[in-house]
Design a protein around this ligand. Sequence first.
Ligand SMILES: [Zn+2]
Length: 207
Amino acid sequence: MPKPPFYDSGKAKAMEVVLISGGIRHYGPGKDVRGTPSVDVIDRIMRCLLDEAKFPTECPAMALSCFMTAPPREERHYEHVGTHPAIIKQVLANEAGMAMAVGALHEWWYMTFPGDPEMDRVWPCKLALVCICKSGKHRSVAIATIIGAFLSAQGWNVNFQNNSDRDWQGTCRGKCEECRHPMSIALANSCVIRICQIMQTFALWEK
Ligand SMILES: [Zn+2]
């Protein structure tokens, strides 16, 4: 199975990966955007979400736009959040959305660790990947959950952060039996396998 680089480094294992999810509609620079927001808008929203999460400014962070992924197809899933197994399965099946997510994951690691992993350099204590969709309920949460399952399976210390009090209004707030963490082992395996398939398709992380 391909691994993100430097997995075996003790320094890497001491880091915390923070997966933040949120929606553009709550913020001034994003609330009037129609369709797919520009890189500038995504970047500005990322800064807002990082501030809100009190993520240290000196630690590396990158935004992941989840707008290529389709929102939940079935109305009965609207009242749930992106950790719902049916929403995760739908996002996993979306070729464009998953290719974009894995591409961003790949870019994020190389941006964070540009050099030789053995070099004696200062390593960050935290890394953030900020998943952004329109409302912060479904797509960004599902992508963060899928990437989290992949990184956790490889031993990374993963934490999720979101403003559920605000973003998850009108949903089960991730507390119903189906949306509650942790996901089933079978579904976690599907997330890992799907990401590995895409990495192999695009020859990511292979020497
Ligand atoms: Zn639910």
